[in-house]
Design a protein around this ligand. Structure first.
Ligand SMILES: C[S@@+](CC[C@H](N)C(=O)[O-])C[C@H]1O[C@@H](n2cnc3c(N)ncnc32)[C@H](O)[C@@H]1O
Length: 414
């Protein structure tokens, strides 16, 4: 099986009913359209979970979602395709996930999962105990399974990627998505103590809580630096970050500008702008002004009338480049979502191009690996928008570049 496993999570027989919480999160995830990360954050807040308990909840929920098809394959084998109600199926999924993937103590995994599921107790108990006895043969199965089951991706997405990238790249990409991403942090050179640091990005063993709250670092993948670096804002310039929240790229723009000139950091979401404001304050950004604006609206807002030397347009997208981090995106994304996003992306690009000064540069960026949202979208907008020229692109594609997938295209107003 092509996945690095988290360290064994000791006996994990805590007084806090983490398995029950995992089942509640997964049940709510399946019944609605919310992302697992948001549901887990709420669960952690409402139950005042300690860091280790919250980490264990995350391990169970995210590893289960990351291996959903494979877990269902094991369940089909072990139950001989028995019909299961929703909660019992999730109970078996998280039980097998703990036993076969997370390598949690079998005793705790079986007993606490059976208790937390509360239904079909004898079936769940028997299936999980059998899995403990047959671990070796169950773990040998994935090698013979089709890619969509072995790496737990929807079949349509695999077919779509096979058409675009071919078999070798698709296989490597799906296997990459199964490996939990390392914790990468950008070193914030705007922090006085980090100004002389030789590092741009570091990989952390664990979340650097103190450094994060001091603004010495910001958690982001190196791929997020491609677009700001391609934009290359200069000290003293007037820059628009049109879709800025939560602000990782705005802070890098400020760093590249030495906190001089002016960045207008916009977003359509007031809640996300509040996060952006906190992040920029913590990251010692002093040259940014925050504006609430919907760039789908063709009317030019007053703050943009004077135009911008440079614009970063980091659009909402399918997130297909960051699926190893955003584990449930693969199950949420539908083919028609990509087409719907493209309409918004084209509209945002057209409206932002209008507020670029003559000779100025706009960088359009995504964390998608879909040509339709990337180079094809830019080509299509430029064909119907005279007065602009394509300059260059940067991209990263996992695992070739050993970072998340990202795309950036620079466009100049001529
Ligand atoms: C990919 S995220 C941006 C990430 C950000 N650049 C960063 O590095 O932290 C896309 C952002 O676009 C915002 N957005 C979506 N539609 C928008 C619109 N019509 N106008 C302005 N912002 C929009 C979303 O609220 C979201 O915060």
């Amino acid at each position: 099986m092509n996945q690095s496993r988290p360290k064994p999570t000791s006996a994990r027989q805590s007084a806090v009913p983490i398995r029950g919480m995992a089942l509640d999160v997964l049940g709510e995830w399946a019944a609605g359209d919310r992302f697992a990360a948001d549901l887990m954050d709420r669960m952690q807040r409402e139950n005042y979970l300690s860091q280790p308990d919250a980490a264990f909840l995350r391990d169970i929920v995210l590893t289960t979602l990351r291996n959903l098809s494979l877990l269902d394959h094991w369940i089909a084998v072990l139950t001989e395709d028995k019909h299961l109600d929703h909660r019992s199926r999730w109970g078996l999924r998280i039980g097998l996930c703990q036993i076969l993937i997370l390598k949690v103590s079998e005793h705790a995994a079986v007993n606490e999962t059976v208790a937390a599921t509360g239904r079909a107790r004898s079936l769940i108990n028997a299936v999980l105990r059998r899995a403990c006895r047959e671990t070796e043969s169950l773990l040998a199965m994935p090698a013979t399974l089709p890619l969509e089951t072995r790496t737990s991706h929807p079949k349509w997405l695999i077919q779509h990627w096979l058409g675009l990238h071919g078999e070798a790249k698709t296989t490597a990409l799906c296997e990459w998505n199964q490996i939990p991403a390392p914790m990468c942090a950008r070193v914030n050179h705007l922090h006085p103590e980090m100004a002389a640091s030789a590092d741009d990005f570091i990989v952390c063993e664990q979340l650097p809580r103190e450094e994060l709250s001091d603004g010495k670092v910001y958690m982001q993948d190196p791929s997020t630096a491609l677009a700001p670096r391609l934009l290359a804002p200069q000290p003293g310039e007037r820059v628009l970050d049109a879709c800025a929240a939560p602000g990782g790229k705005t802070a890098l723009l400020a760093q590249l500008m030495g906190n001089t000139g002016e960045i207008i950091a916009c977003d359509v979401s007031p809640a996300r702008l509040r996060r952006l404001e906190g992040n920029l304050r913590r990251l010692h950004v002093t040259n940014a002004q925050i504006e609430l604006h919907d760039w789908a609206d063709p009317q030019v807002p007053a703050f943009a009338e004077a135009g911008f030397d440079r614009i970063l347009l980091d659009v909402p997208c399918s997130n297909t480049g960051v699926m190893r981090r955003r584990v449930d995106v693969r199950w949420r994304l539908q083919p028609e979502d990509i087409t719907a996003q493209m309409e918004t992306q084209a509209q945002l690009l057209k409206n932002c191009l209008r507020v670029l000064k003559l000779g100025g540069t706009l960088v359009y960026s995504t964390c998608s690996i879909e040509p339709a949202e990337n180079e094809r979208l830019v080509e299509c907008v430029l064909e119907s928008t005279p007065g602009y020229e394509f300059v260059s692109t940067r991209r990263s594609f996992p695992p070739e570049d050993q970072m998340d997938g990202a795309f950036a295209a620079a466009i100049r107003r001529v």
